[in-house]
Design a protein around this ligand. Structure first.
Ligand SMILES: N[C@@H](CCC(=O)N[C@@H](CSS)C(=O)NCC(=O)O)C(=O)O
Ligand SMILES: [Fe+2]
Length: 293
């Protein structure tokens, strides 16, 4: 019964048109439950925490930004994953309309194709802290290492180091336990894209390392874990670990075949790379005052 309902929800998620640009999955008012199961009217017995979740899209760079908030907490603390400078005003408008308090503006890695929105968010909303992995070498207010947790209210994200697309890439995974969203969600940045993966030909990229990262840190998650990537170029919105383990045309191969595929992608360099990487190394804006952790 549970699986049937989950399958139905997942099917609906996959069918959502991208043009809608955002989506809220809330638990029903009568039964406090974790958001995914509640969204499908499940009577499963998980937590009383309430996650607000939206997937937002920036069309020029085909980037997904994710908004997560604990709306059961009086402050409604929120975080953004991979905000884009061009859509900061849209994101702030939404945050304001929903009465959320943005605490963290996080990146999965130093992006090469767009300027992060973290710097602008900090200037427009003082108090917001920018967050990135320590291994990225980028400036930020808070640096993360493998195994650390980032909390908003009663919801947390576990940091998994997943280098290979860049040396400092991380994946954020919603936590385990009764208070946490079930199924879990993995924000994979460019490590795993739906039916693809991030390129490995610049920024300390390594196809060998990417393969190891994905197989040890992402494909070991429960198969129903939802995969939310930083980009999509094919019209997809969400996948699962099990689905990518079965259908990803690159990552299902053995490591040597994967490395051959990756060295023959022949992709053009991102148009904005010369602007984006230096800007993103300083949090998206030059000369931002840093805040204490
Ligand atoms: N054409 C775009 C850049 C496209 C691109 O290179 N995307 C990256 C992720 S952003 S660093 C990538 O890893 N793509 C993998 C793939 O298989 O497409 C631009 O000019 O901005
Ligand atoms: Fe990238």
């Amino acid at each position: 019964m549970l699986m049937t309902r989950f399958s139905r929800l997942h099917h609906l998620l996959l069918l959502q048109p991208r043009f809608q640009q955002s989506r809220v999955l809330r638990h029903p008012p009568t039964k406090p439950r974790t958001f995914i199961r509640s969204a499908m009217g499940s009577s499963s017995s998980f937590s009383s925490s309430k996650l607000l979740f939206r997937q937002l899209f920036e069309k020029e760079s085909s980037t997904y930004t994710y908004l997560l908030a604990d709306i059961s907490h009086p402050d409604k603390p929120a975080l953004l994953i991979d905000p884009v400078d061009k859509t900061v005003d849209r994101d702030l408008k939404l945050i304001n309309e929903l009465g959320l308090k943005l605490v963290y503006a996080m990146n999965t890695h130093v992006h090469a194709d767009h300027v992060t929105g973290t710097g602008l968010l900090k200037t427009k909303l003082p108090g917001v802290k920018s967050v990135i992995s320590k291994a990225s070498g980028s400036k930020a207010d808070k640096f993360l290492e493998h195994g650390e947790k980032v909390s908003i209210g009663n919801i947390y994200l576990e940091v998994r180091s997943t280098p290979g697309h860049t040396a400092g890439c991380v994946t954020y995974v919603t936590g385990e336990g009764a208070d946490q969203p079930q199924p879990r969600m993995a924000f994979t940045g460019d490590a795993v894209l739906i039916r693809g993966c991030g390129r490995t030909d610049f920024q300390g990229g390594s196809s060998d390392q990417l393969y190891e990262s994905v197989h040890s840190q992402i494909f070991t998650l429960p198969k129903d874990t939802l995969i939310y990537p930083a980009h999509d170029y094919k019209g997809y919105e969400v996948s699962t670990v099990g689905e990518e383990m079965q259908h990803n045309p690159r990552l299902t191969k053995d490591k040597e075949t994967f490395k051959t595929i990756m060295s023959n992608l022949n992709l053009a360099y991102p148009k904005m790379i010369d602007v984006a990487v230096p800007a993103n190394m300083v949090c998206g804006l030059q000369d931002l005052p840093s805040q204490p952790n």
